[in-house]
Design a protein around this ligand. Structure first.
Ligand SMILES: Nc1ncnc2c1ncn2[C@@H]1O[C@H](COP(=O)(O)OP(=O)(O)OP(=O)(O)O)[C@@H](O)[C@H]1O
Length: 877
């Protein structure tokens, strides 16, 4: 890697850390004053690591005998260990439903059990001081954080003590008392040039109007203002360069407010402060009609003005292209044993040409690079670093998104418009709802920084065996960078408001990716650069089973590209259309809502408010589990305060049968392996067999302390942007009152309603009517299909029009998870649950062989793609 690039990455990271640390310090001082700090008695705190170890031991005793014995028979103890370390996501999971044989699934199940802890860690890491903290082991991190805790609620009890017998304790991030000079010196390491390079961010990051309650800024005299390129709070965080170009940390309440600078808003809607209220007043006079700008009600005009263009006929089903897995198979290849690539070298060098991916996560099993050379950690880290350098390799002399705006191009905007409005002919899954992506600010065409964000973006030890990382890394190593020329575009998967997504193969590796290609000029002209940037930055920080992995990104003069994990099962909108009566059973809905809830919970922990939940954005993985996609409308906020809600050690049996948690069908006891018999599809197979013979001794059960709940709701996030999808817009967004993370709980309610009833609750004949209904019409449930009271109750709780009283607005997902609708769900093991439906995947290899995109499309090949195919056409929009 270019050392200069590494410096840039490092610089970026340091600033991020410095900002977060500084905030933590001041915030913790504040918190210290507010909260009563009481140390828990020794022994009261049970570290997660210990819990996990106990759990391992407990299960090992009961299952190792059989499974491990088998392994030992063949003298493969090390193999056993290796199998235990495999990534959670199974390779060909569809074969076995949840895809776990007992030997492998044991570990997987336990990993699944750690899902919640992994989510917690994501939030905790944000508070962790040390720049290299992410390199410490996860268990170590948890342990450190848990032992660092320790605040218990005052005797008066927690604010919501009535809601679930909880005691509030707070996390005290280790090192939160680091001194100021330390941080300042860290920030001073940040070279001026990097700051200048990042200046481009300011125009795109100041797009949201945010409530500047707790803004942190770095200020020195001077007039250059640069937002920090960090997920930790770029909306609020500003960096002001002084005369010497050095940043300095300080508080500031005078951050830039951009509400007045919102030229885009006028194109679409009245300014956020005006239209909703006035409209609603008029609405009363005009019999429920909101007086929105006429452009808002038209999908076509919406397209011109930032409303995501999409076909308004929601229920038109489109065939969905499906593939078998992430491995493009040669037609003659054996489907179970995938040999190394035939060796056809496409210019990527011998080692690369021999790489293949196997299964959804490309687990090793073939190819010469299997477990080669580097340790999992280093390999993963390298991959991340190198990928991060991709965009940087372009250097400042090749400005990314905006430099080519003035150039003439083959991809005329008018043509793009045309295509945007006529997506009828595509074979891909077509979004049926229009998303609105209007921000309360303008975006200028300044140069985009070529920095690609955190150098640790690819640091995923648990994915170190994923050959897709290896494949990307090899290409990067051999060619210095990765670009469009390294991908073979096989199939157009879909297109949206800011880009087109192609099923692509990394040449000669058989590794499949979803390649999202965005036209820089188009984005610039439509003032959507910030959306592309937001999406990329969010994707970079994601590491969750229900969220996409970003393997690489690169920018050319013409295109910005995201190399993402491919999700072959279509989207939930299409899947719903295929259901009887076009609606899911309650049980199926519970599965999807639960997984979406976990994804949203994780996003909130990272300070991301998703804002665009709808079935079209929920893709179905090969194994039937979900993947939330499309983050260009998401809001990122600066402050997320983690709070632990410690559950009462007394587990009450609702039936009053026994204190033994194993007899309770909805037991949440961490050691309880008793599956729920009420919701069979949620019962992990692993447990269904072992649990029969497993009973906790009463005295052991009595000693066990339930895991605390982590609540990390970005309650301070505020935005006035008008973003979302009409039918899914929360009332506070429509009213322009400013909104926060509670909008995601509103959309979750709409989503749930749509899954079980086959339509959204407030849809009207026009978009205006829909918005009016959302604000003023009360929620009604159709009598058909008959839906249970818990289901309706949860929907009702989520669709409370006042966000303050909405379920989840205070305690976030933790609050929602406790709703009886989810009774019986084992949240930690849901990744191992059998999905309601397994997607039918066709063979990508065959498909690609028959209808390669290059042969189908007519000439108009961008220069970047000449090496891919002379006749390739990018059907951008
Ligand atoms: N990782 C993926 N795997 C498979 N298909 C994908 C993937 N990502 C996106 N798609 C498909 O491509 C379509 C467009 O992608 P996406 O929604 O990200 O584009 P967009 O321009 O951001 O759209 P939007 O207008 O919704 O913001 C999606 O509807 C989906 O069908």
């Amino acid at each position: 890697m270019n050392p200069v690039n590494m410096d840039k990455i490092a610089g970026s990271s340091e600033i991020v850390e410095a900002m977060e640390e500084f905030y933590s310090e001041s915030k913790m001082d504040e918190l210290a004053g507010k909260r009563r700090m009481l140390k828990l008695k020794p022994g009261q705190i049970c570290s997660i690591e210990d819990d996990i170890n106990k759990l391992f031991e407990a299960i090992d005793i009961r299952t190792m005998g059989r499974s491990r014995g088998l392994m030992e028979q063949v003298g493969k103890d090390s193999l056993w260990k290796s199998a235990m370390k495999r990534p959670m996501r199974p390779g060909s999971s569809q074969a076995s439903g949840i895809g776990i044989s007992e030997s492998v699934s044991l570990k997987q199940a336990l990993r699944g059990l750690c899902l919640s802890q992994a989510s917690e860690m994501a939030a905790m890491k944000r508070l962790s001081k040390q720049a290299d903290s992410s390199r410490s082991s996860e268990a170590g991190t948890i342990k450190r954080l848990y032992t660092a805790v320790v605040v218990e609620a005052s005797e008066s009890g927690p604010p919501d003590a009535g809601k679930g017998n909880l005691v509030e304790i707070s996390l005290v991030p280790e090192g939160s008392t680091s001194n100021f000079s330390e941080k300042t010196s860290e920030s001073e390491k940040f070279p001026k040039q990097e700051l200048l390079n990042q200046q481009a961010h300011s125009s795109t990051l100041l797009v949201e109007e945010s409530t500047p309650k707790e803004e942190m800024t770095k200020i020195l005299p001077g007039d250059e203002t640069v937002p920090l390129p960090t997920h930790g709070g770029y909306e609020f965080s500003m960096l002001r360069l002084g005369w010497n170009g050095k940043p300095k940390l300080t508080h500031s309440s005078s951050i830039t407010h951009t509400k007045e600078k919102l030229p885009v808003v006028d194109e679409i809607i009245p300014t956020s402060g005006e239209f909703p209220v006035k409209s609603l007043e008029r609405d009363k006079e005009q019999k429920g009609k909101l007086d929105f700008a006429s452009s808002l009600s038209s999908d076509n005009s919406a397209s011109n003005n930032g409303i995501k263009s999409a076909n308004s006929s929601r229920h038109v089903m489109r065939p969905v292209f499906r593939n078998k897995n992430f491995l493009k198979k040669n037609a003659k290849q054996d489907s179970t044993s995938i040999p190394c690539d035939s060796g056809v070298d496409h210019g990527l060098g011998p080692s690369t040409s021999k790489m293949v991916c196997e299964g959804p996560k490309c687990t090793p099993g073939c190819g010469n690079i299997e477990k080669e050379k580097s340790s999992p950690t280093s390999s993963s880290a390298n991959a991340g670093s190198e990928v991060s350098s991709i965009a940087m390799d372009l250097g400042p002399d090749k400005p990314a998104l905006s430099s080519s705006f003035g150039n003439s191009t083959r991809y005329m905007v008018s043509k793009a418009d045309e295509k945007s409005r006529s997506r009828e002919k595509g074979e891909f899954s077509q979004s049926s709802k229009s998303s609105i992506g209007e921000y309360s600010s303008s975006t200028s065409n300044s140069e985009e920084s070529t920095l690609s964000g955190s150098s640790r973006s690819g640091y995923r030890p648990h994915m170190s065996k994923d050959l897709r990382w290896e494949a990307i890394r090899h290409v990067q190593k051999q060619h210095g960078s990765i670009g469009l020329r390294h991908f073979k575009l096989l199939k157009k998967l879909g297109s949206g408001d800011i880009g087109t997504v192609y099923l692509s193969e990394l040449t000669s590796t058989n590794c499949l990716f979803a390649l999202k290609i965005m036209d820089n000029e188009f984005l610039g002209n439509r003032k959507k650069l910030h959306r592309a940037q937001t999406e990329r930055e969010i994707l970079q920080i994601l590491d969750h089973p229900f969220l996409p992995t970003l393997f690489a990104h690169f920018t050319t003069d013409r295109f910005t590209c995201l190399v993402m994990e491919h999700c072959p099962g279509g989207d939930l909108h299409v899947l719903r259309q295929k259901q009887p009566n076009k609606s899911f059973s309650e049980q199926a809905a519970r599965f999807y809502v639960a997984e979406v809830l976990l994804a949203l919970e994780y996003l909130h922990m990272l300070g991301v408010v998703y804002r665009d939940l709808k079935p079209e954005n929920i893709l179905v993985r090969e194994d039937g589990h979900i993947m939330l996609s499309d983050f260009d409308l998401s809001l990122r906020c600066a402050v997320v305060n983690p709070t632990l809600l410690k559950s009462s050690p007394v587990i009450e049996s609702p039936k009053g049968e026994s204190s033994n948690p194993c007899t309770d069908s909805s037991c949440i006891h961490p050691f309880c392996l008793q599956p729920s018999w009420q919701v069979p599809c949620f019962t992990p197979r692993l447990l269904s067999t072992t649990a029969k013979t497993r009973k906790l001794k009463p005295d052991l059960a009595a000693q066990v302390t339930p895991l605390p709940q982590l609540v990390v709701e970005p309650t301070t996030a505020r935005s006035n942007s008008f973003v979302g999808t009409h039918e899914y817009l929360a009332p506070e967004i429509i009213k322009g009152e400013g909104h926060g993370s509670a909008v995601d709980w509103w959309t979750l309610g709409i989503f749930m309603y749509e899954l079980v009833y086959g339509r959204t609750p407030f849809k009207g004949p026009t978009n205006e009517d829909t918005l009016s209904n959302v604000v003023s019409r009360s929620l009604k449930f159709p009598s058909i299909p008959g839906v249970g009271s818990h289901t309706r109750g949860l929907i009702r709780g989520l669709l409370v029009k006042d966000p303050v009283n909405r379920l989840g607005s205070v305690k976030g997902a933790a609050e929602i998870k406790q709703h009886p609708f989810f009774e019986g769900i084992n949240w930690a093991l849901i990744r191992c649950a059998i999905p309601p439906e397994m997607p039918k995947i066709c063979d990508v290899g065959n498909f690609a062989a028959e209808t390669p995109l290059q042969n189908k499309e007519s000439a108009r090949c961008p220069e970047e793609c000449k090496s891919i195919g002379e006749n390739l056409e990018f059907e951008m929009f």
